[in-house]
Design a protein around this ligand. Structure first.
Ligand code: 5RP
Length: 260
């Protein structure tokens, strides 16, 4: 791996633990003003000190993250669809030159395995990997799951493995029963999305289960920023990912912060 790419990877997967807590706030790119992100700047600011990196679009980055903020950026570079239409028709939305100008640490692109847009999104990922390799920028493949897809280990292993075979440097997917098999058959670091809002303890358990099963971290959004105590939740998730906390210990972290 070339030095620049390895350096950027090390900004995301923290060298002390080899793991990461990415804060995902890119939802607006197809969902519009998602609950909790109506004014992204206000949501992001108190969470920044606890995020190992921030996953977002360039529009929100430019408007809400101060350039002096010392947080690695994972820039979403795919989109072009909305919740109202076929989601798998995504294409590239950012030129790699702009990603470089924005000094990003990685770019993120969704793939839709098994959906109408499968071929196009996989070939777009291949192009992003070529550009990433040329410029030393790692690519995070997001295994987006269409409405009709079952999120089981067989399907997620297929999607993650294809992403890695195309050359993605990291893969983001969902936790599932048999997740250790998904991790085992994906030869690059795997992080999990949080998915829809869960009760806080369940979301902490989700992060804990993923780490137990071999995930290198989380790329979590709604279960943090839609919590009644977002700072408490991100601190709890950090405790699981970086400090080996169990579910109860991490839940106490959340409750202590909420009680302040
Ligand atoms: C959407 C994304 C989101 O970043 C991802 O779903 C993570 O957020 P959440 O934890 O809310 O699921 O990539 O395609």
């Amino acid at each position: 791996m070339d030095w620049g790419l390895a350096n950027r990877m090390a900004r995301i997967l923290k060298p002390d633990t080899g793991r990461t807590v990415m804060l995902a706030v890119d939802h607006g790119y197809f969902l519009g003003p998602t609950s909790g992100l109506e004014e992204p700047g206000g949501t992001i600011a108190p969470l920044l000190p606890y995020a190992d990196s921030l996953m977002l679009t360039r529009g929100v980055l430019r408007r809400t993250v101060p350039p002096e903020a010392d947080v690695p950026i994972v820039l979403r570079v795919s989109g072009g669809t909305s919740i109202l239409r076929e989601l798998s028709a995504e294409g590239p939305t950012v030129d790699v030159e702009d990603a470089i100008r924005l000094n990003v640490s990685a770019i993120a692109m969704s793939i839709f395995v098994g959906a109408e847009g499968e071929r196009t999104t996989l070939l777009n990922l291949a192009k992003a990997v070529d550009l990433g390799e040329r410029h030393g920028i790692p690519v995070l493949a997001v295994t987006a799951v269409g409405k009709d897809m079952v999120r089981d280990a067989r399907y997620l292993s297929l999607a993650c493995r294809i992403a890695a075979e195309i050359g993605a440097h990291m893969v983001k997917t969902y936790h599932c029963d048999g997740f250790e098999e998904v991790v085992r058959s994906t030869p690059v670091p795997v992080v999990i999305a949080g998915g829809k809002k869960l009760p806080e303890r369940d979301a902490i358990r989700l992060a804990w289960s993923a780490i137990r099963d071999g995930a290198r971290g989380v790329d979590m959004g709604r279960n943090i920023f839609q919590s009644d105590c977002p700072v408490g939740m991100i601190r709890a998730v950090r405790a699981v990912v970086h400090e080996g906390a169990d579910v109860e210990q991490a839940h106490q972290v959340y409750l202590r912060e909420k009680g302040r």
